[in-house]
Design a protein around this ligand. Structure first.
Ligand SMILES: Nc1nc2c(ncn2[C@@H]2O[C@H](COP(=O)(O)OP(=O)(O)OP(=O)(O)O)[C@@H](O)[C@H]2O)c(=O)[nH]1
Ligand SMILES: [Mg+2]
Length: 332
C-alpha cells in the first residue's frame, strides 16, 4: 500500500528519516519546540524493552500502551517470535516499546532464536520493563528472567490485575520487590487498561531527556506484510490450540493495494511440518481454514481501514523450523 493512499488508515513502516510517513495519528509537538514553551519539563525519548516469561501478557500490554494492535496475542505460550516495536508519541515524550519473545528454556533452533532475539533486544533498552503475571504469581521462570535482567529492570508490570485476587497480588508484588529491589512495581491490567497510565508515567520518568527518535506519526517499525502474517498466525494458534505444536509459520506472498476498489489483496501460505498438521489447519471440509481466514480478515480490515481479500494456502515443508532459510524469511 502506498503512503499516499487516501482510503486506508495505515500503519507506517518507514524509517525515521522517510519523507513518506503516513499520518495515522495526529502529529505531536516535537521535543525541540518544547524549549520555547512555558512548561519547563524536558522532553524525553527512549527504548523500553518488555521482557518476561511466556504468556504473562507482554504483547497485550504493548498493544494497549501503543493503542493499536501490532503484536499477536494468544492464550498459548511462545506466541511472539520476533522483536516488535510500537511507538507512543505524546507532546512531552516518545516511548519506543519493544515487545520480545518470552524467555524460556526451549532448545529447538526456533526456540533458541526466539530467546536470543529477546536477549538481544535488552541491548538497546534505555529502560527494561519486566512483566509478570499477577494472577499466577511468581514461578521459577520469572525468577530466572528477573535474575537475568537484574537491576536493569526499572519498572515491573504485575499484569492481569483484573483476574488476580488481592491475596495473590500482594505477595506477588512483595516477591517482585525482593527480586528487583530498585524497580517501581505497578499492578496493571493490559486487558482492561487499568493503571496503564500510571505505568506510562513511571516509564516516562525513567527515560533519558532527548528529542523524538521517530517521526511523531509513526507507530511501528514492522512492515504491513509482517503485521498481516502475524494476524493470520495469531488466528491459527488461537483456533488450533492444543491440536498443533508450534510448527506453523505464515509467509505473505502477495500484499497488493487496489485503491480504486478500497481493497487490499493478501495471499499467504501457512507452513506446516507434516501432512497431518495440514489436515488440522484445513479442518473438516475446509471449515477451520475458513474460520481462521474470516477472523483474520475482520481484524485486518479494522487495522488497515479498508476491505481485505485474504487468500490462504497450506503447504507442508518438512522441518521448516530447523531450516535457516525459512527462519530468515519469517524474520528470525
Ligand atoms: N485477564 C487478563 N488476561 C490477559 C491480560 N493480559 C494478557 N492476557 C491474556 O494472557 C494471554 C497471553 O497474552 P500475550 O500478550 O500473548 O502474552 P505474552 O507475554 O506476549 O506471551 P508470549 O508472546 O508467548 O511470550 C492471552 O490469552 C491474553 O489475552 C490481562 O491484563 N488480563
Ligand atoms: Mg507475546
Amino acid at each position: 500500500m502506498s503512503a499516499t493512499t487516501p482510503t486506508c488508515d495505515r500503519h507506517d513502516a518507514a524509517p525515521a528519516d522517510s519523507e513518506s510517513a503516513p499520518t495515522s495519528v495526529a502529529p505531536a509537538e516535537s521535543g525541540a519546540d518544547r524549549t520555547a514553551s512555558a512548561d519547563p519539563a524536558p522532553h524525553r525519548a527512549g527504548f523500553v524493552t518488555l521482557v518476561g516469561r511466556p504468556n504473562v501478557g507482554k504483547s497485550t500490554l504493548l498493544n494497549r500502551l501503543v493503542g493499536t494492535k501490532l503484536a499477536a496475542v494468544s492464550a498459548k505460550p511462545q506466541t511472539t517470535r520476533n522483536r516488535i516495536v510500537g511507538i507512543l508519541t505524546r507532546p512531552e515524550v516518545q516511548i519506543v516499546l519493544v515487545d520480545t519473545p518470552g524467555i524460556h528454556g526451549g532448545s529447538t533452533p526456533l526456540n533458541a532464536r526466539m530467546v536470543a532475539t529477546a536477549r538481544e533486544s535488552l541491548g538497546d533498552a534505555d529502560v527494561v520493563m519486566l512483566v509478570v503475571d499477577g494472577a499466577t504469581g511468581i514461578g521459577a521462570a520469572d525468577r530466572e528472567v528477573a535474575a537475568e535482567v537484574g537491576n536493569r529492570a526499572r519498572v515491573v508490570a504485575v499484569n492481569k490485575s483484573d483476574v488476580a485476587t488481592q491475596q495473590r497480588l500482594l505477595p506477588t508484588c512483595a516477591e517482585v520487590a525482593r527480586l528487583v529491589p530498585d524497580a517501581e512495581i505497578v499492578p496493571v491490567s493490559a486487558l482492561t487498561g487499568d493503571n496503564v497510565e500510571r505505568l506510562l508515567t513511571l516509564v516516562e520518568a525513567a527515560l533519558p531527556e532527548g528529542p523524538n527518535l521517530y517521526p511523531p506519526d509513526q507507530v511501528s517499525e514492522q512492515s504491513e506484510r509482517f503485521l498481516a502474517s502475524e494476524i493470520v498466525r495469531e488466528q491459527i494458534v488461537e483456533q488450533t490450540r492444543d491440536e498443533l505444536p508450534y510448527t506453523t509459520a505464515v509467509v505473505v506472498d502477495t500484499f497488493r493495494e487496489e485503491p480504486a476498489r478500497n481493497l487490499l489483496v493478501i495471499q499467504a501460505t501457512i507452513l506446516v511440518e507434516r501432512p497431518t498438521q495440514k489436515g488440522i489447519v484445513i479442518g473438516e471440509r475446509g471449515r477451520r481454514i475458513r474460520d481462521i481466514g474470516q477472523a483474520a480478515r475482520l481484524q485486518l480490515e479494522a487495522i488497515f481501514g479498508c476491505r481485505v481479500f485474504l487468500e490462504l494456502h497450506v503447504k507442508v515443508v518438512r522441518e521448516w523450523s530447523k531450516d535457516p532459510r525459512v527462519l530468515r524469511e519469517i524474520g528470525l
